[in-house]
Design a protein around this ligand. Structure first.
Ligand code: FE2
Ligand code: FE2
Length: 138
């Protein structure tokens, strides 16, 4: 199970695309590490990276939305909250239990697949709005 970056995920904003790519690579590393039996310490390290990088990324999107007075800011931020909640729950699950098939399935559904869908349905809309309005900088 590998999810890789592809041009079809591009929003057209360089900073946003670069950050999405980094996050997808890291989530893919997380899932592959779970599948190949990496140590809990190694998995926790990946979670720490994801935590801080996703906060950075969502923060930049929020700043861009605020600057642009983006009309769908509220809904977009709500989506980000869902992802953060999943991340916290998965990390807590991993701190108490061994990696199970359920944890792997949740990681795929709630992190990777969710993120790819969010890019396609929500971030692309934001990217297009910022480009149309000449507000590409975060
Ligand atoms: Fe994004
Ligand atoms: Fe987003």
């Amino acid at each position: 199970m590998t999810t890789t970056w592809s041009n079809s995920l591009k929003t057209g904003l360089e900073w946003q695309d670069a950050q999405h790519r980094e996050l997808i690579d890291e989530m893919d590393l997380l899932l592959n590490s779970m599948e190949t039996g990496a140590s809990r310490e190694a998995l926790v390290e990946i979670f720490y990276f994801l935590d801080s990088y996703v906060i950075h990324h969502f923060g930049e999107e929020k700043t861009a939305m605020e600057k642009a007075r983006y009309p769908e800011l509220g809904l977009h931020l709500l989506e980000h909250t869902i992802f953060i909640t999943s991340l916290v729950e998965l990390k807590s699950d991993l701190s108490k239990n061994d990696v199970s098939p359920e944890l792997k399935a949740k990681t795929k559904d709630q992190l990777i697949d969710w993120f790819v869908k969010h890019i396609g349905q929500v971030d692309k809309k934001l990217g297009a709005f910022l480009i149309t309005n000449g507000l590409e900088e975060a």
